[in-house]
Ligand binder design. Structure first.
Ligand code: HEM
Length: 496
């Protein structure tokens, strides 16, 4: 996730920087890049060109992202330079890496070699103590605290709660409607699930107050970081200022309930407040909890909603996948009695085919494609030097499209992930990253996706209004018209 968030920032800041830099270019002589590094590293830099300083290849990459041609863009360069090459991307000299070994190197690299430091404009909205900014023991401590709630053993108990949110969502936004935009609606769903499950904030005025602030904050993080009146960035900063006291109040209420042993309902915040160190103080400060609550909201909102939106599109266009998914889900629903109306973890374990479809979906259209790191010191990799201060970029989707790893990589085939099929080699399927920073929201994303797919295919049928509606990666995928569908309820017996 840190990859795509830094991606976001570099990406949008880049459009702004292109303008500023064009002017400064006239003054700045690119001697440093052209000669300084070449001389110092004496032929040890990877092949490729830094191009124009600062701008480098960014415009080409931005265009490819917007046209969803990013794999092709990287493939062309890998063909020319090989799996390790240099470029200047989003304002920094960058080494781009490709292949499972590169994935392993980036995802498992010691924080003393590669860092995730974000541009200051990011932490201004997201807070400086969020997990992405942390490294070493601090990162471990906060991650352990987050995972104590996000792990499967805990989340299993909340499947029914996710199901309630999904059913309420479908009742409110889908039932009785004919045409709708799927992507913005699913974003509201994932926001609501996070609010309820992770923060214990149930439906009502508090949640409604938070949604627009949260949306402004995300827009701010994704905007050109210009803090001037009326810019999205300044609205994002303002939204954070308004959101922080609301979250602080929630934290204090939960703290009080814990002190009074009122046995509050378990949620992420309560869980974070319950973990103590040896001196019996909480292991995370209030400020850290605030920053990480905000980060988790952002991390869990766009990613899962993108996956569900892709699946809605896939099932509309691929009748055979649709009928296999529908068959699996109907078998589950017809075995349930009226009393056990809500889905349970047990039900989800039977959705094996549906999850294979989702896994294959993320292989073909990976929600998070770019991961950025920064070299903290000169690093030797693959016979080349990655100089200190340079950016390191990884596109996870490149191994997903490598035909030496996945045969016929452009073909949609969920059977690749069958129980009996050989698993992909380590670090070649990396939709959720890998190593110590691998997505801790994986289990929640899986639960949300499976529950939503179950409720959708057992209650509705839908058609795309524009069969080929495309999306841009900015850098998270955004459908041009929000994925317009025509939706119809199924009759009681499951037929149209
Ligand atoms: C389909 C859904 C999702 C996808 C594809 C996804 C993908 C990713 C990826 C690729 C990374 C690692 C990025 C890197 O190393 O550069 C990551 C990290 C992260 N994700 Fe997710 N994510 C998803 C859902 C979620 C959810 C639901 C949550 C929270 C509830 C979440 C929270 C996080 C956090 C906190 C990190 C940072 C972990 C760290 O730095 O230790 N993600 N995610």
């Amino acid at each position: 996730m840190q990859g795509f968030l830094s991606g976001y920032l570099y990406f949008l800041a880049m459009e702004f920087m292109v303008l500023v830099t064009l002017l400064s270019l006239l003054i700045l002589v690119p001697t440093f890049f052209l000669f300084g590094h070449k001389k110092k590293y004496n032929g040890q830099l990877p092949p490729g060109s830094l191009g124009l300083p600062v701008i480098g290849q960014s415009i080409g990459l931005l265009k490819a992202l917007k046209a969803d041609r990013v794999n092709k863009w990287f493939q062309e360069r890998i063909r020319i330079h090989g799996p390790v090459w240099k470029a200047s991307i989003f304002g920094y000299p960058t080494v781009v890496l490709h292949g499972p070994a590169a994935n392993k190197f980036i995802y498992t690299c010691d924080g003393n070699l590669l860092t995730n430091t974000q541009p200051p404009s990011f932490s201004r909205i997201m807070g400086s103590r969020n997990i992405i900014e942390l490294s070493g023991d601090d990162h471990k401590r906060v991650r352990t605290a987050l995972v104590s709630f996000l792990k499967l053993e805990v989340l299993k108990q909340y499947v029914a709660k996710v199901d309630e949110e999904v059913q309420h969502h479908l009742q409110t936004h889908w039932e009785g409607k004919h045409e709708m935009q799927v992507q913005p609606l699913i974003k509201i769903l994932t926001f609501n699930i996070i609010c309820s499950l992770l923060f214990g904030i149930e439906r009502g005025p508090e949640r409604e107050k938070m949604l627009p602030l949260f949306q402004d904050m995300i827009e701010g993080v994704l905007s050109i970081p210009l803090n001037l009146p009326f810019t999205k960035y300044s609205r994002g900063i303002l939204a954070r200022k308004k959101l922080v006291p609301i979250i602080l109040q929630v934290i204090r209420e939960k703290k009080k309930a814990l002190e009074e042993q009122r046995n509050p309902q378990k949620d992420l915040i309560t869980s974070l407040l319950s973990i103590h160190d040896n001196e019996s103080s909480t292991i995370m400060s209030e400020d850290e909890i605030i920053d990480n609550i905000i980060l988790v909201m952002v991390a869990g909102y766009d990613t899962t909603s993108v996956l569900i939106t892709f699946l809605v599109k896939l099932l509309a266009n691929n009748k055979s996948i649709y009928s296999n998914v529908a068959k699996e889900q109907e078998e589950i629903s017809c075995k349930k009695t009226y009393e056990e109306a809500n889905l349970t973890w047990e039900d989800l374990t039977k959705m094996k085919y549906t999850w294979r479809v989702a896994t294959e979906m993320m292989r073909i259209d990976t929600p998070v494609t770019l991961s950025f790191r920064r070299a903290k010191q000169d690093i030797e990799y693959g016979g080349f030097i990655i100089p200190k201060g340079w950016q390191v970029l990884l596109t996870s989707s490149m191994t997903h499209m490598d035909d030496s790893i996945f045969q016929n990589p452009t073909m949609f085939d969920p059977a690749r992930f069958d129980k009996h099929a050989p698993p992909p080699p380590p670090f070649s399927y990396v939709a959720f990253g890998g190593g110590p920073r691998m997505c801790p929201g994986f289990e929640l994303a899986k639960i949300e996706t499976l529950v939503m797919m179950h409720r959708l295919v057992t209650r509705f049928s839908w058609e795309l209004l524009n069969k080929d509606e495309s999306f841009k990666r900015i850098p998270m995928p955004e459908f041009d018209q929000g994925l317009l569908v025509h939706v119809k309820p199924l009759k009681e017996d499951g037929v149209i």
